[in-house]
Design a protein around this ligand. Structure first.
Ligand code: FEO
Length: 399
């Protein structure tokens, strides 16, 4: 198991999870990595750990450099189990002098592992910890991704160990951004932000502003998932800056589920209406698209048109589940509209509108309902709805 050198005396010693396909409901089609880093100095320091099931990979990589028992400090940037699952065994193996974490990190570690006698050391922003030749400083980054999250900055090497932030669920044999397909990298960076961080965009915005304000010099961003930003760390920062503002790229998404194809037929005509206004759109059938892939595209969409027939006075379960997921992530600044077929009671469009109102979408129409199966006059209404959404997008673009 080869460790990978980042700079002099700094190594990646994490683990590659080629097999994981579901990460608490997020589809990880390309697997992921759990990144841990080893700093060789007077005080040998391990930054973060890995998922318990891959602990032996990390230990093997560390052992290529040094006997793990010789590690002095363990930094815990984030307590979620994908990074701390192997911590109890590592503490036993290492008997560290310090476990460095945020104040909330100490609390979360106690609540996870119930070890009152571990040697916790609270990392305080502005108070550096010297390792000998190298120095660690810390940024509090609560809620990116949990209350305990923090970043560790290696001053002399200008490496930002950013925990979950700037990560990607991407298993590769390569370790750096400049070694992988850039389209794949951007796709996975986008999906990660959309599904993990959209909700915390106001905090991301503050973080980016803070990094600019203190003029933090960054040669490398070393996240806890995916590749390390060595070639172009500015790319990760620029995209996070953009996404935290929820500006949208001007395209629309028609996201729907269908029972006997009536809502599907409506969706296609709404797309035609959008196209006639010069708007790009994505037609997304929830039966065939995983919610986390849909959210990846929602992140940059400027309009969301939701379609669903009525089932048992409500929504089809896939749409109901998707709405719950999307609502939790709180995408904002979207134009919204709804449509759907029905047989007798017809509540779906009202429910879709209500869900969009909760998310503070700008719902521009009462929505379009069609009884059972659409005919030509209904198709005309669908095209009109698409045009209306397109015109609203064009007006927004012209503002
Ligand atoms: Fe990768 Fe929030 O854990």
């Amino acid at each position: 198991m080869n460790p990978v050198k980042l700079t002099e005396n700094v190594y990646w010693v994490g683990a590659i999870d080629w097999d994981v396909r579901d990460f608490h409901g997020y589809s990880t089609n390309r697997g992921t990595t759990y990144n841990a880093y080893l700093i060789m100095d007077e005080k040998i320091t391990l930054i973060d750990c890995v998922k318990k099931s891959l602990q032996s990979d990390m230990v093997a990589r560390i052992s290529e450099i040094i006997d793990p028992a010789k590690i002095d400090y363990i930094v815990v940037n984030h307590v979620e189990m994908d990074h701390s699952g192997s911590l109890p065994d590592m503490v036993k193996m290492i008997n560290p002098e310090k476990i460095i974490c945020s104040k909330m990190g100490e609390k979360a570690l106690l609540e996870h592992f119930h070890q009152k006698d571990w040697p916790y050391e609270i990392a305080k922003p502005g108070e550096d910890i010297s390792l000998g030749a190298k120095t660690l400083s810390f940024l509090e980054t609560r809620m990116l991704h949990w209350p305990d999250s923090m970043f560790t900055y290696l001053v002399e090497d200008q490496i930002l160990f950013s925990s979950d932030a700037f990560g990607q669920h991407l298993a590769t044999s390569e370790r750096f951004d400049d070694e992988v397909d850039q389209a794949v990298l951007l796709e996975e960076l986008t999906k990660y932000y959309a599904n993990i961080l959209t909700l915390y965009s106001p905090l991301v915005k503050k973080l980016i502003a803070k990094v600019k304000e203190i003029n933090l010099q960054i040669k490398m961003i070393a996240p806890d998932h995916g590749v390390i930003w060595r070639g172009n760390p500015g790319m990760a920062l620029e995209y996070y800056d953009k996404w935290s503002q929820h500006k949208g790229d001007g395209y629309a998404m028609i996201i729907y589920d269908t029972m006997w194809h009536s809502t599907e037929k409506m969706a296609k005509r709404i797309g035609a209406g959008l196209q006639s206004e010069g708007i790009s759109f994505k037609l997304v059938n929830l039966r065939y698209n995983h919610r986390s892939d849909v959210m990846r595209d929602v992140l940059n969409a400027s309009a969301i048109v939701l379609g669903c027939p009525t089932l048992n006075n409500g929504l089809l379960p896939r749409m109901a589940g998707f709405l719950m997921y999307m609502r939790g992530l709180k995408p904002t600044n979207k134009i919204g509209a709804a449509f759907g077929s029905f047989g007798w009671s017809g509540e779906s469009v009202k429910l879709l509108n209500e869900a969009m109102a909760v998310m503070k979408f700008d719902v521009i129409d009462d929505g379009l309902k069609v009884k059972y199966v659409p005919e030509d006059k209904d198709y005309a209404h669908c095209i009109e709805l698409g045009k209306k959404v397109g015109q609203a997008l064009n007006a927004k673009r012209a503002e």
